[in-house]
Design a protein around this ligand. Structure first.
Ligand code: DO4
Ligand code: MG
Length: 280
């Protein structure tokens, strides 16, 4: 796994996690996403003998920096379509249409500096009564549009704002603490089949599990390469882009995140992302 980290001296680096050591790669994530898949693989293979530091001495950060953006796809699983139809106060038909439409729903989620890393605080909006985590497989896509890696994304969302009117989507999706990504980048060559990844969401409140569910990327209604191709139509990403591929788990209404909840998203072979909720 490629990780981005901060040292006790506040230096930010990118390295290869090897057991309890982080081997320095001497690059930032954006520069890795400017490489081709072959160049990245060669660099990672050669890096294994580089300088290392103990994992216990560093803080793991979200694997995104520089000009790399995070985008997301929506209504890519039947579970998500059904949840939107149920919650929508005005416009259920847009969700019925988009699920099978040729053009997918794609939306801007975050600039790099606003993304929350492993262990960081995600947020529920103060002006939203119903907020949920959205556990999603995220694709690290390089500048030439190749999928070079995977991570876990939490597309934290306000269900109530989105339900009121679909034109409120940016406010439901983009606010401080609404995007978490991590724990690192699993190189694409280490994932045999991204369409067969078990995924689990667990929400713990005061030491008790208040929501728990599992699903699989096998239920994805779109092809990953098609989502990437649509995103790159008329849009360049010189430092690559993260594309989160939609949620397959939605807690039943009226469930909402509460202050102090611990949200754990685990995707087999990709990693586990844990964050605590702040409701202001
Ligand atoms: O239209 C709403 C967005 C849905 C979404 O984020 C998802 O399906 O994951
Ligand atoms: Mg989502």
């Amino acid at each position: 796994m490629i990780v981005r980290y901060r040292t006790p001296g506040a230096t930010i680096g990118v390295g290869l996690l090897d057991g309890d050591q982080v081997v320095e790669l001497g690059a930032d994530v954006a520069s890795l996403l400017r490489m081709t898949l072959l160049e990245l693989r060669t660099m990672v293979d050669l890096a294994r003998s580089g300088p290392a530091r103990p994992l216990s001495e560093v803080e793991i950060l979200a694997p995104v920096d520089g000009r790399t953006e995070v985008w997301a796809a929506g209504v890519t699983y039947l579970t998500s379509q059904s949840a939107r139809i149920e919650e929508s106060e005005t416009s259920a038909s847009v969700y019925e249409q988009i699920y099978d439409a040729d053009r997918p729903e794609l939306f801007f989620k975050s600039v790099a500096w606003r993304v929350i890393g492993p262990g960081g605080e995600i947020r529920a909006r103060a002006d939203s009564p119903i907020d949920v985590p959205e556990p999603e497989l995220a694709l690290a896509v390089n500048a030439s549009g190749e999928v070079v890696g995977y991570a876990v994304c939490n597309d934290v969302s306000s269900r109530s704002i989105e339900a009121e009117n679909p034109l409120y989507l940016p406010q439901a999706k983009v606010y401080n603490g609404s995007c978490a990504l991590g724990p690192g980048i699993i190189p694409a060559w280490e994932v045999a089949d991204p369409y067969a990844l078990p995924l689990r969401l667990t929400i713990v409140r005061e030491d008790a599990v208040v929501w728990d569910g599992s699903a699989s990327t096998a239920q994805l209604h779109r092809r990953l390469d098609q989502l990437v191709a649509w995103l790159h139509r008329e849009l360049d990403f010189p430092d690559g882009v993260w594309l989160s591929t939609g949620t397959c788990l939605v807690p039943d209404l009226p469930f909402t995140l509460a202050d102090g909840d611990v949200v754990t998203i685990a995707i087999d072979g990709v990693g586990t992302l844990i964050n605590t909720v702040r409701r202001s």
